[in-house]
Write a protein that binds this ligand. Structure first.
Ligand SMILES: [Zn+2]
Ligand SMILES: [Zn+2]
Length: 147
């Protein structure tokens, strides 16, 4: 499972504040009003809460929300897939070393390696599918830590 630290750098959206031009109740000019740790717009009589909308899917949120739960489902799946690739690459390096040192039997080595390679293939395909679907450039990929 991907951790929050894997998810955040992959987020491709922002929740942007949506300002009202006029008061929704009386159409008067609005001022910014800061209260209860949040911010809204105020005409002198009516409070107009400022909403945020997701730059990717458009879902509306309260001003103090910063995460889009709709988009995060896909970003989480993307992070899972990419972390899965890294994890399996690491396992292959580990069993390669074991095999060279003669600590693992040929048959076990081949079987484990095949399982990892299948996982890598599946995860790579899934990550590519999500990136393509969301229009995330493969170039913007996070540099992975080489061990
Ligand atoms: Zn008003
Ligand atoms: Zn969204």
């Amino acid at each position: 499972m991907a951790e929050l630290e894997d998810i955040i750098p992959r987020r491709d959206y922002k929740l942007l504040p949506h300002l009202h031009k006029k008061c929704v109740k009386c159409e008067s000019y609005l001022f910014l009003l800061s209260h209860h740790d949040t911010i809204s717009q105020w005409c002198g009589k009516h409070i107009n809460p400022i909403k945020r909308s997701c730059s990717y899917c458009g879902k509306l949120f309260n001003y103090d929300e910063l995460d889009c739960d709709v988009c995060d489902l896909e970003i989480e799946a993307l992070a899972d897939a990419e972390v899965g690739v890294e994890r399996n690459e690491k396992t292959i390096r580990k069993i390669n070393r074991k095999y060279k040192r003669g600590e693992i039997a040929e048959i076990d080595y081949q079987t484990q390696k095949e399982i990892c390679e299948d996982e890598i293939e599946l995860c790579t395909k899934e990550a590519e599918r999500i990136r393509k679907h969301r229009g995330i450039g493969l170039h913007s990929e996070i540099p992975t830590q080489k061990l």
